[in-house]
Design a protein around this ligand. Structure first.
Ligand SMILES: Nc1ncnc2c1ncn2[C@@H]1O[C@H](COP(=O)(O)OP(=O)(O)OP(=O)(O)O)[C@@H](O)[C@H]1O
Length: 228
């Protein structure tokens, strides 16, 4: 599902190049559920931005579902992401002027009749227990509810690859636990490959595979032993 070969990424700050990622090789198989842990600033979000095609690589090869993203221009990467990748961004990024339902509807790329689409959206909101909140604006929802809308938005196109950036970052532990369980349930089928980045060890522990970003990344050598 995901193959990274010698991928490097750096950012230019005040005329100076700062290396952020340097990943010799990393593979995630179809259907795997992986948590990447690491401290703040270690490049976790940058890694997901690269896998999703939001950011380009500076060097190396990146294949997602056999598509060579490193060879695609930004517009082609955007199209690929819209159709194949579900990305749950840090802080949800819901559009404040649209209702929960509209936030989901605008991303749908599946070809279905209007009635089928309406029923599909209804079903998704039921799955996440928000059937009575569909017509609320994001500002009228709690953070946990906003996170569930963000999850529906990421999953509704039945993506092969689901990426989640700190999905429980700003939630209290009880809501975080509930949201984690929901995300795992929604991505339970083998069809979904799930990569989550987090600094929350409780979230990471629930994943069958958990890796520290330093294990992937040569830029930040492994300094700490991960206690799980
Ligand atoms: N557009 C950018 N320009 C310059 N530097 C950047 C840019 N984006 C990120 N960085 C730097 O890259 C490093 C990695 O950032 P990133 O957001 O990937 O870390 P992270 O592990 O996700 O952190 P957090 O857990 O705090 O979200 C940081 O030092 C950050 O300052």
């Amino acid at each position: 599902m995901l193959q990274i070969n010698d991928v490097k990424k750096q950012f230019k700050v005040s005329g100076k190049n700062i290396p952020i990622l340097n990943i010799p090789q990393w593979h995630v198989a179809k259907g795997e559920k992986v948590a990447i842990i690491g401290p703040s600033g270690s490049g976790k979000s940058t890694l997901l931005h690269i896998i999703s095609g939001i950011l380009s690589t500076d060097h190396g090869e990146l294949y997602v579902d056999q598509q060579p993203l490193h060879l695609l221009k930004e517009a082609a990467r955007d199209e690929f992401r819209g159709a194949r990748i579900g990305y749950i961004l840090q802080d949800f990024h819901l559009i404040p002027s649209l209702t929960a339902r509209q936030n989901v509807e605008i991303v749908i790329t599946l070809k279905k009749s209007k009635t089928e689409l309406r029923l599909m959206v209804d079903e998704w909101f039921e799955k996440v227990g928000l059937q009575d909140r569909m017509n609320h604006l994001p500002s009228q929802l709690s953070r946990g509810q906003q996170q569930r809308v963000a999850m529906v938005r990421a999953l509704i196109n039945q993506p092969l690859l689901v990426l989640a950036d700190e999905p429980t970052g700003s939630l209290d532990w009880e809501t975080a636990d509930e949201i984690t369980g929901l995300l795992m349930d929604l991505c339970a089928s083998d069809k979904h490959t799930l990569i989550v980045v987090t600094h929350d060890l409780n979230l990471a522990k629930r994943f069958p595979r958990c890796q520290h970003i330093h294990e992937l990344n040569l830029v930040h050598p492994l300094k700490e032993k991960v206690m799980l």
